[in-house]
Design a binder for this molecule. Structure first.
Ligand code: CDP
Ligand code: MG
Length: 777
């Protein structure tokens, strides 16, 4: 692998000189110029890495993992040694690791334990143009850290920010006018062809047709198609494969169709880096990961759908959702550029020139302006930055105040913040868990109630996302149709229908979606984690394996987290006693690291009524073979590991506490619901959610928690679980208006300042009085 001719290598000396002189350096370079793979090595070769690691952040897991592999290969070292990676739920580094690729979220998590990032000598915030939420938070956090690093660390921390687009002035101004390097890329001209008609409605079909035309009519060269998501890409890949088979023999060569998206297992992702056999044209069907973070060589033709999936935050519902959204002109240019890496190329845009010029947005707002901020705000609070006022934090692009207020409110409702905005022991324990605040809170409550194991399973299943096979799940029509339209026995449709029927029946036995997920996992565990079980129940093996993995990790972390929680007493962020305790907690943090290195924390002594991590870890592999349930509880006759009804009650109760700001109450004599948060929005239960049992009058449960509020023209509650008034009642008062200024930390500071001013005035008055008295005497 010759990397010496990558553009960035030519600027190595200049960049090193700048890093030597400055704390912050911005490097801007065309995608593929070597920022991600070379910069870390350039620094290592120059001696950085001897006094701490060189950490390189990536906005996505897929980026961190594939790049670490690539760099290990280039350096001819074993992955996990000198070069390693760390992503949520997976760490492949060791004590001799010098270059560490990690997701930005993982670095933020590390900041919690090590506020000075003392394990690092250099941090590279890579792919800064993507402006992911966590990268944006890291900008602010590391900026603050750099400003206060004199004397705080032995070796100065260096920060590099790298970006593929020209935001140089903005970045430089934010980092106190730091130097900027522009690395010119190698790019051949790209012929951009706009569609005559707008294909935005059926872009996926248009993309497939265009690819086939290119394959038949254009000279050799790989094709790269930009679509929006996994399901759509899998479908397009299928269609392309079947259409190519139908082409008349000799009309075109072989076409190798490859999907590329973040949820694809790494070994399949790596296929796109392998060049095709001679005479074979490759067609890569990708999400926008191929726009800037992954460079696929050999692409000559780009097909741009003009859309992407984008997380957007619905302030009305307080929820995030992924929506197909128009890309920006900056992205369109990036996509086109992918065609000109090896030689002159062509970009086919499935939208009109008029649309491009007049309607396409210039840029996409950064994620921080489009997402729920509860996790991020909790992270900031947990860092204990001195004088933090969340509402006026130094963000590169400040998010809307309403989103920040909503986050503060949610954290207060979840007991993560006290009324003065100080982080509570509960909040600290939540921040230590790699889960969104709602699930983290549910886990802590579960520990208290003695159903930790079950709630960990629910959290893992919810985090795994794709546990149902396409077309399956309680939402799917296959399940609904299974009974009314039986397919011929023995056919794959029949198998699918049978799976759908089983799922539907199970869903009816469980109270709500969360308990269904729990039951499915438990049954799978009891069946020995087999593929057969997964297929027979319309699940997806990859998703289920992922859930199993996450579950293991959570069990290990929760085990620690719970004992950590027990040690803590209430703290108030404002008091000096609070600071002392904070220090103790940080020491707790370093203790945690030692445990990790010793292969996991010690097993706690069993607590009455609670199944702690120790039993979780033991139960993982043994459930099937010993014929015992996950808790060592005996299996039911038909081989299911079933939690007792009492335990399931506790699970629902724990979830209720975690989802306290997503409680809904049924209206009188009516199956519509009203949310109990400040919005008080009206909604129905989504028809795709597990069927809930109704009473004799046909009325659904009076109280529900919901995972998602889908704000379409008819608003729906999705992924619901019935709850009880007695559990909800203590939570309701907190849902009322709270003082967000105070939660933010600003009011506290204002009060402290006022108190200080008053004290000063009083002292001055005293002094004057004393002086006066002296004079009088
Ligand atoms: O970060 P940037 O876009 O500037 O470039 P890079 O990701 O460091 O890629 C530099 C070169 O390495 C490109 O030619 C990539 O195609 C190649 N590369 C690769 O072959 N396999 C990888 N896993 C990553 C990069
Ligand atoms: Mg890169």
């Amino acid at each position: 692998m010759d990397t010496s001719n990558l553009p960035i290598r030519q600027y190595a000396a200049d960049i090193l000189a700048a890093v030597e002189k400055n704390d912050v350096v911005v490097v801007i370079g065309e995608t593929g110029s070597g920022k991600t793979t070379q910069l870390s090595q350039i620094l290592l070769e120059a001696g950085y890495g001897d006094h701490g690691m060189i950490g390189v952040t990536q906005p996505r897991r897929v980026g961190a993992v594939t790049v670490a592999r690539r760099v290990a290969e280039e350096r001819k070292v074993e992955l996990g040694g000198e070069v390693g990676y760390a992503v949520r739920f997976e760490n492949r580094t060791c004590s001799s690791t010098k270059i560490k690729y990690l997701t930005d979220g993982t670095l933020l998590q590390e900041c919690l334990e090590d506020t000075h990032l003392s394990k690092y000598q250099v941090v590279i915030l890579d792919e800064a143009h993507e402006r992911s939420l966590n990268t944006d938070i890291l900008f602010g956090v590391i900026k603050k850290l750099l400003a206060s690093q004199d004397g705080a660390r032995q070796h100065r921390l260096k920060l590099l920010v790298t970006s593929a687009t020209l935001d140089d002035e903005k970045f430089s101004a934010y980092f106190n006018d730091c130097p900027v390097f522009n690395v010119p890329g190698r790019c051949f001209p790209v012929d951009v062809i706009h569609s005559q008609d707008d294909h935005m409605q059926d872009y996926a079909a248009a993309a497939v047709d265009t690819a086939l035309q290119i394959h038949m009519q254009q000279p050799p060269g790989d094709i790269l198609i930009f679509l929006t998501g996994q399901a759509e890409i899998d479908k397009a890949v299928q269609r392309l494969n079947s259409e190519v088979c139908k082409l008349p023999a000799d009309s075109a060569g072989e076409l190798l169709v490859l999907p590329l998206y973040a949820a694809l297992p790494p070994e399949l992702q790596l296929r796109v880096f392998r060049p095709a056999q001679p005479g074979v044209r490759r067609c890569i069907v990708a999400t926008n990961v191929a726009e800037t973070s992954i460079t696929v060589e050999g692409v000559v033709y780009v097909i741009d759908s003009g859309v992407m999936k984008l997380k957007s935050y619905n302030a009305a519902s307080g929820m995030d959702s992924l929506e197909v959204t128009a890309i920006s002109r900056v992205q369109a240019a990036q996509r086109a550029g992918r065609a000109g890496r090896t030689r002159p190329g062509k970009c086919f845009r499935l939208y009109t020139r008029r649309y491009f010029e007049r309607q396409m947005p210039d840029t996409t707002p950064p994620e921080i302006c489009r997402t729920s901020l509860a996790g991020a705000v909790l992270g900031l609070k947990a860092l204990g930055l001195p004088g933090l006022d969340v509402l006026s934090f130094d963000f590169l692009d400040p998010p809307e105040q309403a989103s920040l207020c909503e986050a503060l409110r949610q954290l207060y409702v979840l007991d993560a913040l006290d009324v003065d905005g100080g982080i509570t022991p509960t909040g600290r324990a939540m921040a230590a868990l790699p889960l969104e605040p709602a699930l983290a809170r549910a886990l802590l409550e579960a520990h208290k109630l003695g159903c930790l194991e079950e709630v960990i399973t629910v959290a893992a299943m919810l985090s795994a996302e794709h546990v149902f096979a396409a077309g399956q799940g309680p939402e799917s029509r296959a399940a609904a149709n299974a009974l009314t339209n039986p397919a011929p026995p023995g056919s794959s449709a029949a198998a699918q229908a049978e799976a759908g029927r089983k799922l539907k029946q199970l869903a009816e036995e469980c109270q709500g979606d969360h308990l269904l997920l729990l039951r499915l996992y438990q049954m799978w565990a009891a069946a020995g984690f087999t593929r057969d079980f997964v297929q027979a129940h319309g699940l997806e093996l990859r998703g289920m394996n992922f859930a199993r993995d996450i579950r293991k990790q959570l069990a290990a972390v929760a085990n620690f987290g719970s004992s950590h929680l027990q040690q803590q007493r209430p703290v108030s962020a404002s008091s000096s006693q609070g600071q002392q305790q904070q220090q103790q907690q940080q020491e707790g943090g370093s203790k945690r690291r030692r445990w990790d290195e010793d292969k996991g924390p010690p097993l706690p002594s069993p607590t009455a009524g609670s199944s702690l991590g120790g039993s979780l870890l033991r139960s993982e592999g043994s459930a099937g073979s010993r014929g015992l349930g996950l808790d060592g509880r005996p299996l039911s006759r038909n081989g299911r590991a079933v939690s007792s009804p009492e335990t399931l009650e506790k699970v629902r109760r724990a979830l209720t506490v975690g989802f306290a700001n997503r409680i809904a109450r049924r209206m009188r004599l009516h199956n519509g619901y009203r949310t109990c948060n400040q919005k008080g929005a009206l909604a129905q239960v989504h028809p795709g959610s597990s069927q809930l049992s109704s009473d004799d009058d046909g009325l659904l449960p009076e109280w529900l928690i919901y995972h998602e509020f889908v704000a379409t023209s008819r608003p729906f509650l999705r992924q619901v679980c019935p709850t009880r008034y007695q559990w909800v009642e203590p939570l309701l008062p907190k849902l009322q208006e709270v003082d967000v200024q105070r939660l933010s930390g600003g009011k506290l500071r204002a009060q402290a300042a006022a108190a200080a001013a008053a004290a000063a005035a009083a002292a001055a008055a005293d002094a004057a009085a004393v002086a006066e008295a002296g004079q009088a005497a």
